[in-house]
Design a binder for this molecule. Structure first.
Ligand code: DGL
Length: 276
């Protein structure tokens, strides 16, 4: 069994790492399209073209399953990717992200019975993901059916943070500029009632500590775990069962290898040596 994972850069490594923890000795091919990063500032047509190109590379590598470990590609190009990969099953990030939010909301409400208003939901993402509205519609679809009216539901706010990906790729994952930028993005939108913040970009788990600092009292969640569990649960739905046969090795492909930041290279080495 070989699982293909792709992202515009190093963001998808956060997803790959969760998948590996759960599925272990399967073979993996990771493609980071570092030559065309960032996707999040590009037009829907460009994101679609680049994403389909990445999918085709992984199809040629004979992957049995594809994980689109990029929220931007998942929000804007999942249908075209599925078409290009057919009949290979494709997993995106949006549904698992929604699942992570719903379970965090349920926990929050269970543990804080004194809460008088519905916890707000904020999705931090790239500009392209926010413009697509993919998270708002998916969240509303899941939230509204349980409630009587739109007004009684949780408020959902998608916040575009276009400067974060370049900073992360630059290696500024704990830099004062990063903390200031987060404060500027998030500060004006902090409501009095803390809620749930979803990292709607696979690059953001690299800076989860900084995001948490900018959102005191909020529950910050990412979708890596949810996508790994969706993959595990799907064993019976995909044509070829997810046999655990394989070495657990990752074949790394970066379209611009020189653009991989040092902290990510360190993690790649740890994965290659079996340390993690
Ligand atoms: N990591 C990607 C995402 O989840 C893309 C970031 C970018 O290239 O702008 O959206």
């Amino acid at each position: 069994m070989r699982i293909g994972v792709f992202d515009s850069g190093i963001g998808g490594i956060t997803v790959l790492s969760e998948i590996r923890k759960r599925l272990g000795s399967v073979d993996y091919v990771y493609l980071g399209d570092t030559a065309h990063l960032p996707y999040g500032t590009k037009s829907p047509a460009q994101v679609e073209r680049l994403s389909v190109d990445c999918a085709r590379v992984l199809k040629e590598k004979k992957v049995d399953v594809l994980v689109v470990a990029c929220n931007t590609a998942s929000s804007l190009a999942i249908d075209s990717i599925r078409l290009a990969m057919d009949p290979i099953p494709v997993f995106g990030m949006v549904e698992p992200g929604v699942e992570a939010v719903l379970s965090a909301i349920a926990n929050l409400e269970k543990n804080t019975p004194s809460m008088t208003s519905k916890a707000p939901i904020v999705v931090l993402a790239t500009r392209a993901t926010v413009r697509s509205g993919a998270y708002s519609s998916a969240l509303k679809k899941h939230l509204i059916p349980h409630l009587l009216t739109d007004e009684e539901s949780h408020s959902v706010f998608e916040l575009a943070c276009p400067l974060l990906v370049p900073m992360i790729e630059e290696g500024w994952i704990d830099h004062p500029i990063l903390h200031d930028t987060l404060a500027l993005y998030v500060g004006p939108h902090l409501s009095e009632t803390p809620g749930v913040a979803l990292l709607g970009c696979t690059h953001y788990p690299w800076i989860i500590a900084a995001v948490q600092k900018s959102l005191p009292g909020w529950k910050v969640v990412d979708s890596a775990n949810a996508v790994a569990s969706a993959l595990e649960r799907s064993e019976f739905k995909i044509a070829k069962p997810l046999t655990r046969l394989g070495s657990g090795n990752v074949q790394w492909i970066f379209t611009d290898p020189d653009a991989v930041p040092a902290f990510a290279t360190k993690m790649i080495h740890s994965m290659n040596s079996g340390e993690i």
